[in-house]
Design a protein around this ligand. Structure first.
Ligand code: NAP
Length: 250
């Protein structure tokens, strides 16, 4: 069940904490992955590790998602190297936190361009090959705060809520062609970023999570592998919240 054998996937932000776990989860189910990020060296190291630990002939494609011209080249490059695209995971994301009154235009623009606009461009470009193949799976990584809001993150929450709306519109446009589009919304996930929190900060966060602990990248990877599978073909326009019960949203 949930085999991705023979499928080609593009994962953005594949060298990051969650992106690498998503790539591993898809690869373990048999997909061949185009690993994308802005830092070619980080991608190369991860591709070699992925190959050593889980096998598979994966590729890396460097792309700076803040540059629209580079973004427009990413799907054609994926088609050239993999020969097709069955799965697109828009995972890359940045934060540029600031309170509303102090938020600079660049902090707003950077987050919207990388977290929202790049995902739009990649969905638009994958629509044609997926429609032609009458099959496609798009998974957009949002965040619990896109649904709840969070002080200091107007830019980030706008981008994540925007992704959710965009996903639903796209899902309706392409549903009859065998293409699904869904979101996975992580809560607090243990990554390099959260590893920097001290014990007191970690305890305070964990106390707010019914599961009593932060999630792992693998929890997000498993949700993505499910939504990317053939078996999830009747699930579209949805958000799968993976947050240990921290916010029970539908
Ligand atoms: P991360 O470890 O900081 O990884 C971010 C990834 O995005 C990196 O691979 C980075 O690659 C890529 N990236 C950043 N700027 C880029 C650019 N300009 N062009 C291309 N790639 C770029 O973050 P993470 O924690 O894994 O987060 C992954 C996703 O999950 C994000 O969308 C985030 O909003 C979401 N999320 C995370 C949490 C959490 O608790 N960690 C919670 C909710 C949602 P390069 O370094 O190569 O540029």
């Amino acid at each position: 069940m949930f085999s991705l054998k023979g499928m080609n996937a593009l994962v953005t932000g594949a060298s990051g904490g969650i992106g690498s776990a998503i790539a591993i989860a898809l690869a373990k189910q048999g997909a061949r992955i185009a690993l994308s990020g802005s830092n070619g060296q980080k991608l190369r190291v991860f591709r070699e590790q992925l190959h050593e630990e889980h096998g598979g002939e994966h590729v890396e494609i460097t792309c700076d998602l803040s540059n629209p011209e580079q973004v427009e080249e990413l799907i054609p490059a994926t088609l050239d190297t993999l020969g097709g695209i069955d799965i697109l995971v828009n995972n890359a994301g940045i934060t540029r936190d600031n309170l509303a009154m102090r938020m600079k235009d660049e902090e707003w623009d950077d987050v919207i361009r990388i977290n929202l606009e790049a995902a739009f461009r990649l969905m638009r470009a994958s629509a044609r090959p997926m429609m032609k193949a009458r099959f496609g799976r798009i998974v957009n990584i949002t965040s619990v705060v896109g649904a709840t809001g969070n002080p200091g993150q107007m830019n980030y929450t706008a981008a994540k809520a925007g992704l959710t709306g965009m996903t639903k519109s796209f899902a309706q446009e392409v549903a009859s062609r065998g293409i699904t589009a869904n979101c996975v919304a992580p809560g607090f996930i243990r990554t390099a970023m959260t590893a920097q929190l001290d014990e007191k900060q970690t305890d305070t966060i964990n106390a707010k999570i019914p599961a009593g602990k932060m999630g792992e990248g693998d929890d997000i990877g498993a949700a993505c592998a499910y939504l990317a599978s053939r078996e999830a073909g009747y699930v579209t326009g949805q958000t799968l919240h993976v947050n240990g019960g921290m916010a029970m949203l539908s």
